[in-house]
Design a protein around this ligand. Sequence first.
Ligand SMILES: Cc1cc2nc3c(=O)[nH]c(=O)nc-3n(C[C@H](O)[C@H](O)[C@H](O)COP(=O)(O)OP(=O)(O)OC[C@H]3O[C@@H](n4cnc5c(N)ncnc54)[C@H](O)[C@@H]3O)c2cc1C
Length: 389
Amino acid sequence: MVDFELSAEQVALRERARKFAVEEVLPVAKKYDRSGEFPRDVIEKAFKAGLMNLAIPKEYGGPGFGAIETVLVVEEMAAACAGITTSIYVNDLGATPIVLMGTPEQKKKYLTPLTQQLKLISFATSEPAMGSDVAGIQATCQRDGEHYVLNGTKFFITNGDYADTYVVFARLKDSKRHQGICAFIVPRDTDGLSTSKPMEKLGHRASDTATVYLKDARVPAENLIGKEGAGFMLAMLTFMHTRPAIGAMATGLARSAMEYAINYAKQREAFEQKIANFQAVQHMLADMYARVEAMRLLTWKAAWQLDHNAPEANIASSCAKLVGSEDAMKIATDSLQIYGGRGYLESYAIAKLFRDAKLYQIYEGTSQVQRYVIARYLLENYQPTMKGY
Ligand SMILES: Cc1cc2nc3c(=O)[nH]c(=O)nc-3n(C[C@H](O)[C@H](O)[C@H](O)COP(=O)(O)OP(=O)(O)OC[C@H]3O[C@@H](n4cnc5c(N)ncnc54)[C@H](O)[C@@H]3O)c2cc1C
């Protein structure tokens, strides 16, 4: 059976997220994009509205939403501002490794506080010398009695400057690639942990991005998530759960880019008529709509597969992220084209959407990495239907 109908609760949740996006996010999107200031007040409002920490189970105080509910919420939020949404959603990225592999004690100690008052948690795999190649992590961890000692530099960490807790991935000394990677819950006040100033960025300027330094940072051994060496698998599982949300955010951004282009095309005149009359413009608009529909279907399919523990959920997840991010970039580009020269001006919203779209092709695995994941599946596991002749 295939059923695209949402439940009454899901429709109500999407309406709540849409109302929040329209009333609380959109009016301040330009201000935070311009200033690059951290939008703590908006994040606080999202927290109070129950639109944050979506994946934290009910027993730890969260809403315990499934992936479908998550993609519904983040599409609406990112339609108003991609940067603010990234800052809000990254708590789910940070919490997911604990949800997936944490002990009951770790969940109680580190997930429950996230739901009681606004607390931020960041996820840290990337480093100055590696991003795509998670097995190439160079930060080290070494057991010392009842502690692990962490050393290294984590780069590009969303909310890194403001987080209360970090999930840090590091490798056991002398271990090779995948085998030695471990994940740790690292409280902000750990001696030896420090952060940089926020990085200046092209887009998503409302989300904070910083470097996290670990210098002989001692973390209790009980803060290891899963077993020693489980970190690589945990990072991959985390991405499998969070990539559909990136596809959904890209869908939200693309939907807004399309809506702005429709509006502009109906107003702007050239050659003594509305530019919406030109077939070339109409075809761009039609393609945008068809792509937005396709992007959303892929994110819903990936989310459904995650919620049903389907064996190929990781492939659907990569497809949703790949198609979503590539199409969002294309739609933002075409929308800007419909605006003509005005699209190039910061006074029109489309310039921000164009800048923001680019990041979806990069973080949580670049488009090249998603293609690598999908191609490996095709070459190693995909079962063809036709034998050919
Ligand atoms: C604003 C922002 C926020 C971020 N937030 C976080 C965060 O919260 N936590 C975190 O850990 N990281 C975060 N990142 C890091 C992000 O995940 C990495 O930038 C991304 O994974 C790419 O890594 P890289 O920049 O090191 O590029 P590289 O890995 O050096 O790749 C460079 C280029 O080579 C290509 N490439 C690499 N390997 C292959 C391959 N095998 N086949 C084909 N092409 C390949 C890539 O696709 C890319 O085009 C963030 C990045 C940005 C910009």
